[in-house]
Design a protein around this ligand. Structure first.
Ligand code: UDP
Length: 238
């Protein structure tokens, strides 16, 4: 059989870019279905799952602000983009029989629940996936920080970052062919070497709360469950 699960409750952060698949923008349904299938596999093992999805595939506040738009308004647009991704993921999960609730940090009654920590707790206990949308609800933050915040609030044992790369490397492996992947790093390694894992506020929050971060490629089918059983390729920060 398969090795035992290392964690009972985790938060999975999926960056918006992953959802684009091979497209240059937006949501690729085939990709979102593939990610949903991997999530379903994990949920069926009894893992309590929190989900945070980025919005970079649709809108990034910072790049719009760079072109002259007011930063706070641009960031609110970015947060709205994460709500769209959350609804797409909810639909993909429910199609394959996984119960989900979307909770938005910006209340949007007709679309989803507002973020209420105790209610989210109940959903998790009942085996529902809770998708936390609209980031932290505040401009000048990122969905990485939102993921760290929710992971701490919900008492998650690990924060899993599902990206298009299978861990943290000494340099960008797409540009530097002999870049090496780290198996383990400390929070301070990441902060002091400015390694591109998550932003510094997210790393600091995980460090203060002693929650490990695991970086892995969500593009490889089955990788999510592998990480939870300590298998496969990934980098652990803790
Ligand atoms: N955003 C924000 N506050 C938050 C989370 C997100 O203002 O708490 C905005 C910000 O403009 C960001 C956009 O939402 O650029 C999309 O999120 P992010 O860039 O973190 O998505 P990802 O890179 O994970 O796809």
């Amino acid at each position: 059989g398969r090795p035992a699960l290392r964690y009972k409750r985790v938060l999975l952060k999926v960056s918006g870019e992953v959802l684009m698949g091979e497209q240059a923008f937006g949501i690729d349904l085939k990709t979102i279905d593939a990610v949903a299938a991997d999530i379903a596999e994990v949920v069926r093992q009894g893992v309590e799952l929190c989900l945070v999805i980025g919005g970079g595939n649709i809108f990034r506040g910072l790049s719009m602000a760079g072109k002259g738009m007011e930063r706070a308004s641009a960031d609110y647009m970015g947060m709205l983009a994460t709500v769209m991704n959350a609804l797409a993921m909810q639909s993909a999960l429910e199609k394959i029989g996984i119960e989900t609730r979307v909770q938005s940090a910006i209340p949007m009654q007709a679309v989803c629940e507002p973020y209420i920590r105790r209610r989210a707790e109940r959903h998790l206990e009942k085996g529902r996936v809770v998708i936390f949308a609209a980031g932290t609800g505040n401009p000048f933050f990122t969905t990485d920080t939102a993921a760290a915040l929710r992971a701490a609030e919900m008492g998650c044992e690990a924060l899993l970052k599902g990206t298009s790369v299978d861990g943290v490397y000494t340099a960008d492996p797409k540009k530097v062919p002999d870049a090496k992947r780290y198996d383990r790093l400390t929070y301070l390694d990441v902060l002091s070497q400015d390694l591109k894992v998550m932003d510094a506020s997210a790393i600091s929050l995980m460090r203060e709360n002693d929650i490990p971060i695991v970086v892995f490629s969500i593009r490889r089918p089955g990788a999510f469950l592998d990480v939870l059983t300590g298998q496969g390729v990934h980098t652990v920060i803790g």
